[in-house]
Design a protein around this ligand. Structure first.
Ligand SMILES: NC(=O)CC[C@H](N)C(=O)O
Length: 265
C-alpha cells in the first residue's frame, strides 16, 4: 500500500538552499503560507532566499508558526476564490495565528501579495476590499509602481518616490474603500505602492498597496516576488528590448524586511 502523506507533511517542492554570504540575514526565518490553490509560494520562497533569508513553508491548516520572524501570504487562487477571493483562506487555522502575531506587541511583519492582499483585507488586518477589475477581465502586464511610503517593514530599502516595475496578474484587483478610510490612509501615509502611468483595474486613488497603522502589515496587488532575478523579470528600462531586461526591482521588498529584522536584533 502506498505510504500516506498527511497534509501537514506536504513539502514545498524546490531547492531554496541558495548560498548566502551573510549569516545574520540567513538567520531570519520568513514563513511562506500554502493554501489549497496557492500558486506563488515557490516564487515567494525563492525571493526570500535570493534576498539572503531562510524560507519556512507554512501549511494552511497548521497552527504552528514555527518561530518565523515574518510571514508572506502569497498569490494564487486560495480555495478556488470561492465565495470571494481570500474569504475562505482568511478563516484558515494558520491565519488565526498570523492575525494574533501581527497584532501583538512584537508586530510580526506580514506581507500579502495579490491573493495574499485579498486574504489580508478579508482578515481585516488591512482595511478596504478587493473587487473585480473595472474592465471585468483578467489582466497580466508589467506594471510601474511608485513607493510612496518607505518606512514600512517591507519597503525600507527603497527611496521614497522610487519607481519600480513588477508583474501584475489578477481578476479581482480593484481596491475599494469608503471615503473615510481612503482619507485616513492618505492622511497617515499608508498608501505604500501607487500605480503609475496606467491604473490597471480602477483602484481608488491609484492604490496598488497599503499598510496597517504600525507598518508591519503590507498588502499589494502586483507581484514583487516575480521580479527578483536580473534577466527574468519585467523590462524596467521601458525600451521593450529583451536584452535590457533588468527585472530585479521586487527584491527590495524582501531585503527590506530582512535588514530591518537584523538591525532590530
Ligand atoms: N495572481 C493572483 O494572486 C490572483 C489573485 C486573485 N485570485 C485574482 O485573480 O484576483
Amino acid at each position: 500500500m502506498a505510504e500516506s502523506l498527511a497534509p501537514t507533511e506536504v513539502p514545498l517542492v524546490g531547492d531554496f538552499s541558495q548560498p548566502t554570504t551573510d549569516s545574520a540575514l540567513s538567520g531570519v526565518r520568513v514563513g511562506v503560507i500554502t493554501f489549497p490553490g496557492t500558486l506563488d509560494d515557490r516564487d515567494a520562497a525563492r525571493a526570500v532566499t535570493l534576498a539572503g533569508g531562510t524560507a519556512v513553508p507554512l501549511w494552511h491548516d497548521s497552527t504552528d508558526l514555527q518561530d518565523v520572524d515574518a510571514v508572506v501570504v502569497p498569490g494564487g487562487f486560495s480555495y478556488g476564490d470561492y465565495l470571494r477571493a481570500g474569504a475562505i483562506a482568511a478563516k484558515a487555522p494558520i491565519m488565526e495565528k498570523v492575525i494574533e502575531a501581527a497584532n501583538s506587541d512584537a508586530a510580526l511583519p506580514v506581507l500579502g501579495i495579490c491573493n495574499g492582499f485579498q486574504v489580508l483585507t478579508e482578515t481585516h488586518l488591512l482595511p478596504g476590499s478587493m473587487i473585480k477589475n473595472d474592465h471585468r477581465k483578467f489582466i497580466c502586464r508589467d506594471q510601474v509602481l511608485r513607493i510612496d511610503n518607505n518606512e514600512t517593514a517591507w519597503t525600507s530599502d527603497f527611496e521614497k518616490g522610487q519607481e519600480i516595475v513588477v508583474p501584475l496578474k489578477n481578476q479581482d484587483g480593484q481596491y475599494v474603500a469608503d471615503a473615510e478610510t481612503l482619507e485616513e490612509l492618505e492622511a497617515e501615509g499608508r498608501v505604500v505602492f501607487r500605480y503609475v502611468g496606467v491604473n490597471p483595474n480602477g483602484s481608488r486613488n491609484d492604490i496598488a498597496g497599503i499598510a496597517n497603522k504600525r507598518g508591519n502589515v503590507v498588502g499589494l496587488m502586483p507581484h514583487p516576488e516575480h521580479a527578483v532575478e536580473p534577466g527574468f523579470g519585467p523590462d524596467s528600462s521601458g525600451s521593450g528590448d529583451v536584452a535590457l531586461r533588468g527585472g530585479a526591482d521586487g527584491l527590495g521588498v524582501f531585503t527590506s524586511v530582512l535588514n530591518k529584522l537584523v538591525s532590530a536584533r
